[in-house]
Structures are given as structure tokens and as C-alpha cells.
Design a binder for this molecule. Sequence first.
Ligand code: FAD
Length: 391
Amino acid sequence: MSEAPGIGDSPEIAEIRSAVRQLCGRYGEDYWLALDRERGYPTEFVRELTDAGFLTVLIPEEYGGAGLGVREAAVVMEEVCRSGAHAGACHAQMYVMGSVLRHGSEAQKKQYLPAIAAGDLRLQSFGVTEPTTGTDTTSLKTVARRDGDVYRINGQKVWISRIEHSDLMVLLARTTPRDQVKKKTEGLSAFIVDVQAALGNGLTVRPIESMINHHSCELFFDDLEVPRENLLGEEGQGFKVILDGMNAERILIAAECVGDGLYFIDKASAYATGREVFGRPIGQNQGVQFPIARCYAEVQAAGLMVEKAARLFDAGVPCGAEANMAKMLASEASWHAGDVCMQTHGGFAFAKEYHIERKFRETRLYQIAPISTNLILSYIGEHVLKMPRSF
Ligand SMILES: Cc1cc2nc3c(=O)[nH]c(=O)nc-3n(C[C@H](O)[C@H](O)[C@H](O)COP(=O)(O)OP(=O)(O)OC[C@H]3O[C@@H](n4cnc5c(N)ncnc54)[C@H](O)[C@@H]3O)c2cc1C
């Protein structure tokens, strides 16, 4: 197996890595292939990951979690992906929960976090993207109107993942029209929605048939009532609530891409060593060997940026640039490694039983979601390099 990146694991991180690897080893790649075929959800896997405390590492000990940092959480996600699993089924719980932790009232934290840590409540879903506004989040059209003790929600969302397998969703909606606020980021509010109570009572969910098994859905809100106490953070400041969770999300997704990249490299180097054509291993040809070696270097370099971003995040210092760069570099490195892995396997890469085509589809997502490469470049260009704003 190729080396994981990072400047050497601490004993605690090495222990987490080894325990997650063991747990994932009990769910072979055929398990993930079967789920991919039937659009199934890995209920047992998510349960075991939660019971072992790995999905709740970021929840502080006082609320029943492990109270560890994003660095430890990143190692969990890296190992999950490296095993051949599809982390998309569960990763969101880690970072959506962060919004409740940082912006929730004491009552909300007490109500939700211990139950999430115990695995009794699933907070797997967050609703931001809309069909007509996409990346331009502050233009979103879903509205939440105050009516006595409730907010009434009307509008539509798209690509909202795992909602069918979640008890709660953090939802972003506009509470003050855009033309009545000074800054376009104001006037948006975040809500904790009880999904089970909402279904059929103002919330309609329609699954989207898609390229990967990500359980993404369209949502339709028709006068959905959300109690006032479910407002997360201050009214009008929801963009901050969501944004705050985004750095953690980017670092964790980047860690998944590092795991995917190492998965592809392990598979490609093993196949290149074992497969003989023209009387010798194909990996003896440098035209086959060098692309794999290059991918290894790219994944290792991206891994160091993930490590840097995670350390900054855990130290509580700004890490927007590093989190974005980690996400961009790692998603490109994993995609590149997937492509090289496909090429190395020749025609067999297309056979589902080799599993590569599934991972190839899954890792492609990360150049588009949760934020596309162009938007990251625009962040670096404008916020880090101070070049002119384009939007
Ligand atoms: C499988 C899947 C799961 C998802 N899960 C969730 C979820 O759980 N919750 C959620 O809220 N969302 C989710 N999303 C949505 C995802 O975050 C968006 O698809 C993503 O942010 C891009 O938005 P868009 O698809 O509307 O693309 P658009 O905003 O329409 O952009 C299309 C393309 O144009 C480019 N572009 C747009 N504007 C500019 C510009 N100014 N300069 C340069 N390039 C630009 C973009 O980079 C992109 O490549 C998911 C998406 C997928 C595919």
C-alpha cells in the first residue's frame, strides 16, 4: 500500500487510521457496488461508523462526542475513501453538525448534539443549492416568512443529498428581500428542519436519478411551518452560519479525494505489476509507470495542503485560502489518478467487478460540488491575490 500523506501520524492519529481501516475492511468493495446498482444506502456501515465514534469525532466530549479536531476527522474520511467506500453517504454529518455547534443556542446544542453523537438522530442533510440560482447563493429564492411562532417556507431546492436518510436538515432561506438589505449576504437565515415532521406537511422530496449513488433530491416547499425556535443563529445572518461550516467541509472533502487518489494509485500500481503483455509486466514500460508515479506525487502534495488547512482550522485561525486550495488540488489529483488508473487497466477498467469505474464516477463530483474549481480560483484571485472582483 502506498504511504498516506502527512508529516507523520501522531500515535492517536495512527490509532484512528488503523481502526477505521479495520472497520472499512469488513465492508468489501462488492458491498459498495451492490449499493451503487440499487441506489441503496449503507445503513449498517454508517451505524457502525457512528457507534465506533468516528462520525462524531468533532462533537465536543460534553455533548457525547470524541471532541477531536478536523485533522482527525480528515483521517477518518481519507481512510473511508481509500478502502473503496463511498463517503458521500455520511460525510455531511461531520460538517453540518459544526453549524449547530458554533451557532446553535445552548438549548439546541443540548437537544441535538448528544442524540447525534449517540446515533439516535441523523443530521446528514443541508439545503442550499437552488435550480435557478446555483452557485450564486445569495440570490436564492426560497423564502421564510415569520408568522407568529413559526416561519412559513416556500420555494425549491435541488441536489439536496441524503434527505431520505436524515432526521434533520439545515436549510438556508431568505427572510429579508435582497433589495432591502445593505449587503447581499444579509437577510438569509438558517433553520433546523425536522425532516420527518415536514414530509407531507409542506415538504415534498423527489429523488434525482444521477451518475453516482449520492441520494440527491429535489425539494419543494409549500408553506412548510418551521417553529421559531428552530432558527439557527441570528435571523438574517444565516449566510455566516453556512459559510462557517464550509471550510471544514472543504478540508474533509479534500481528505476524501486524497483517499480516492491513494485508492487509484494502489490499484494501478498493483495491476501494472501483475498484468503481463508482450511477455513482461506492463508497469515495466515507463509509459505506464510514470503517469502513476506522477499521480502519487500530486496526491502527496495535495495531502500536505489538506494537513496545513486542517491544522489552521483546529488552531482557530483563518484558513479559507488553504481549505479552498486543498479542495481544488486534491480533487484534481484524485481525478487525475482515477484517469490514470482507468488507462492502466485497459479494457478491464470498464468491468464493474474491478470497481474502478464506480470510484472514477464518484471522485469526479468533487470538481463541481460542493464548490466548483472556477469558484475556488475566483476566491484565490480576488481574496488572496486582491485582483478585481468579477461578480
Ligand atoms: C451529487 C451532488 C450532490 C450535491 N449535494 C448537495 C447538497 O447536499 N446540498 C446542496 O445545497 N447542494 C448540493 N449539491 C449542489 C452543488 O453544490 C452545486 O451543484 C454546485 O455548487 C454548483 O452549482 P450549479 O450546479 O448550480 O452550477 P452553476 O452555478 O450553474 O455553475 C455551472 C458551471 O459554471 C461555472 N460558473 C458559474 N459562475 C461562474 C463564474 N462567475 N465564473 C466562472 N465560472 C462560473 C461553475 O464553476 C460551474 O462549473 C450537490 C450537487 C451534486 C451534483
